[in-house]
Design a protein around this ligand. Structure first.
Ligand SMILES: NC(=O)c1ccc[n+]([C@@H]2O[C@H](COP(=O)([O-])OP(=O)(O)OC[C@H]3O[C@@H](n4cnc5c(N)ncnc54)[C@H](OP(=O)(O)O)[C@@H]3O)[C@@H](O)[C@H]2O)c1
Length: 339
């Protein structure tokens, strides 16, 4: 059986990846060894952190070597197995890599989880009911310590993680305002995604608009972008606020050439007795099942909406990755690999 896969051919330079940074290969799948299983990949996910995997620079995981299959999470169906824990027909999500078929074993490296809910499309196992949604859920509720009545500000609100935070806030009787780069995204945040208001940070005065929505300030800032927007948010903190450091997409490129934005307003954390905390979603692994169940219930009750942005075909993976940095994606960016 043949497998198509995208391997790293060159380390990317600049903000966007090029087709030439990858090589499409077609290889014969080896026979399964004891403990292994074969996944037919249905959807693959892209995430900003993938640029780090491709570069030589520091990241959460080791950089890829040239010739390695691109690392990334996918959801798929097991079609052959020599592992008693993972049976033919199981739907799993984990590190599949950018390829049509993935051979995995149950070892921790692959971070393979069985997909339990079967009512929603399998794509949701990479979005709202996968690492992306779990990041919103644990980031907001555990790191952000969300309480009823809280006023929440969210950056990259129309991105994968951001799109569920409006409803997750509303469910706990808190109000969220989202920042996004276009009117189309802002409209979606308010009309579908549970946001109380939205700010087009490209054309509106961010500081004035935050004051307009939350004249007394904010209790929680959920930060996906870092840089200047984080600096502005720091000036809006109420006493005992929580700043959730989830990501810093505006600074990923700068961090590779040591030109990161230097915060001016960090002293506001002390002045307001606030807390700023980062987190890594895998730290919450033992509670993933609970989050999946809870969010699936809210979706079925119509309390939580989600948004996906799906391209089709393995060759679209580099384009999908670029869309995150070009600000083109609306919701969780995915690529459909097979029916
Ligand atoms: N801590 C964790 O464990 C964890 C887990 C998952 C993800 N993350 C982080 O969480 C963040 C969101 O992840 P995601 O996968 O859902 O990605 P995402 O939000 O869908 O990322 C793409 C969006 O980021 C915004 N963006 C892009 N370039 C920007 C820039 N220069 N300045 C400001 N905004 C920019 C754009 O939204 P606009 O068009 O509205 O600007 C774009 O649509 C990322 O920073 C990611 O690294 C962290």
């Amino acid at each position: 059986m043949k497998n198509k896969r995208l391997v790293l051919a060159a380390r990317p330079k600049g903000l966007l990846v090029k087709q030439a940074d990858f090589r499409m290969e077609e290889v014969k799948l080896p026979a399964l060894k004891e403990g292994e299983f074969l996944i037919k990949v249905l959807f693959l996910s892209v995430a900003p952190v993938m640029k780090f995997y491709m570069q030589d620079g520091a990241g959460i995981e080791a950089p890829l070597q040239l010739g390695d299959v691109m690392r990334g999470r996918g959801v798929g169906k097991i079609i052959a197995s020599k592992n008693a824990q993972f049976k033919i027909g199981d739907i799993v999500q984990g590190k599949c890599g950018w390829q049509e078929y993935a051979i995995c074993d149950g070892s921790p490296y692959f971070m393979m989880y069985k997909v339990r809910q079967r009512k929603l499309p399998y794509s949701t196992a990479l979005g709202v009911l996968g690492m992306t949604g779990f990041t919103s859920y644990f980031g907001l509720y555990h790191i952000g310590e969300l309480k009823a009545g809280d006023q929440v500000l969210v950056s990259a609100a129309a991105g994968g993680v951001g799109t569920t935070i409006g409803h997750l806030s509303k469910i706990k009787n808190a109000k969220a305002i989202g920042l996004a780069s276009t009117d189309e995204k802002c409209k979606l945040l308010m009309e579908k995604l549970g946001y109380h208001g939205a700010i087009n940070y490209k054309k509106e005065n961010i500081s004035e608009r935050i004051d307009h929505f939350f004249p007394e300030g904010i209790n929680v800032y959920f930060d996906n972008v870092g840089g200047e927007i984080l600096d502005i948010a720091l000036t809006k903190l109420k006493k005992y606020s929580r700043i959730v450091i989830c990501g810093r997409i505006s600074q990923y490129e700068n961090s590779l050439n040591s030109s990161e934005y230097a915060l001016k307003n960090w002293y506001k954390i002390g002045a307001t007795r606030s807390k700023m905390q980062g987190f890594f979603i895998y730290d919450f692994e033992k509670d993933f099942n609970q989050a999946e169940e809870q969010m699936a219930t809210w979706i079925s009750q119509g309390k939580l909406m989600y948004q996906e942005d799906i391209l089709e075909g393995l060759e679209q993976m580099p384009i999908a990755l670029n869309r995150l940095f070009e600000r083109k994606n609306i919701g969780k960016q995915l690529v459909k690999i097979a029916n």
